[in-house]
Design a protein around this ligand. Structure first.
Ligand SMILES: Nc1nc2c(ncn2[C@@H]2O[C@H](COP(=O)(O)OP(=O)(O)O)[C@@H](O)[C@H]2O)c(=O)[nH]1
Ligand SMILES: [Mg+2]
Length: 313
């Protein structure tokens, strides 16, 4: 049996539903999900291998306007663009409820300028909407898409019909249909990963990702954006998996908020993260969380590499 193998890159504005669909397609929770933009910071690889086909899905932070923003933001953008170059298929996601945004026009045009591979435009989260609203929003997305196509002559043939595709990460049949479609598009080539390696992500990165998810879910407003996570140690020698991790914040005043009154906030973050890690690892976990201050770390390339695993350019 000759092997097939390829990359699918997920793009779309923050909150479009990329990480949720990514987890659903891979069939395992690898990426953190929250209702705050930029929960995903690095590129994540999910491996779905079946029969002779290996599909490597790349979840990305999604592009955002980096002007005047931190080095962390700029690094996240460059991580995302690189995945377009690697991809055999690009999925561009638009939240059907939120509809098209002027940033989508620029972003989609940017994707098309970086690849000559097929692009699937998707209207996501359709389970959350009534049919008449879906139809109205999808029609509007279609119009805007046509405007992008007109800007870039010859691009229409690279979009896979229907445009847009309607998907829901919460509906198993929608996920299965999309997965089958993507698997069929993978080109001939040898597998790059063992079939049962779900990701190239080191265990420590996955744990850090699950801790960061709770920071995004439980901390308010801007605070999660200035938090990073590093797993300092994993001890597997005992019955209970012992994990030590540091949450880094960029200002002294943030430390107290993360810890909370009498340690209540840190405790709640730690408990939720521990339960999630236990679910993913199938083991009992003891999670030891520390909070450290590293002033303005989101502008320090070395710290970005340490806390987010994104190498400075
Ligand atoms: N109802 C519904 N909600 C979704 C779906 N996909 C994502 N969401 C929610 O939308 C928010 C953003 O999702 P996320 O995957 O983190 O978006 P990303 O920033 O593009 O990775 C989260 O609160 C998700 O639970 C979906 O198919 N249906
Ligand atoms: Mg995400």
């Amino acid at each position: 049996m000759s092997q097939r193998c390829g990359y699918v890159a997920f793009h779309g504005r923050p909150n479009a539903g990329k990480s949720t669909l990514f987890n659903a397609l891979v069939g395992s929770k690898l990426a953190s999900v929250s209702n705050k933009p930029q929960t995903t910071r690095n590129r994540l690889l999910g491996n779905y291998t079946v029969d002779d086909v290996q599909m490597l899905i790349l979840d990305t932070p999604g592009m955002h306007n980096a002007s005047g923003k931190s080095k962390l933001n700029m690094s996240m953008n460059s991580v995302a663009w690189n995945t377009v170059n690697d991809a055999d298929v690009v999925c561009y996601l638009v939240d059907a409820a939120a509809g098209w945004h002027s940033d989508d026009t620029k972003y989609l045009a940017g994707v098309l300028g970086r690849t000559d591979k097929p692009v699937i435009l998707m209207a996501t989260k359709i389970d959350a909407l009534k049919q008449d609203i879906i139809e109205r929003n999808v029609a509007k997305i279609q119009q805007e898409w046509e405007a992008v196509v007109r800007q870039i002559p010859g691009s229409e043939s690279r979009f896979l019909k229907p445009v847009p595709n309607e998907v829901s990460a919460k509906r198993p049949e929608s996920v299965t249909e999309l997965r089958t479609r993507l698997l069929a598009m993978m080109p001939a080539g040898p597998w790059l990963y063992p079939a049962d390696d779900l990701s190239d992500m080191p265990q420590r990165t996955l744990f850090a990702e699950l801790i960061r998810e709770q920071l995004f879910r439980q901390l308010n407003q801007e605070l999660p954006y200035s938090c990073g996570v590093k797993v300092d140690g994993v001890d597997e020698s005992k019955k209970i998996l012992h994990i030590q991790a540091t949450i880094v914040v960029s200002k002294e005043s943030h430390k107290g908020i993360v810890i909370g009154q009498g340690g209540s906030s840190l405790k709640s973050i730690g408990t939720a993260a521990r339960l999630e890690i236990e679910r993913q690892s199938g083991q009992k976990v003891f999670l030891e969380l520390h909070v450290a201050v590293e002033l303005d770390w989101t502008n320090n390339p070395k710290a970005i590499a340490t806390y987010e695993g994104i190498e400075p350019k």
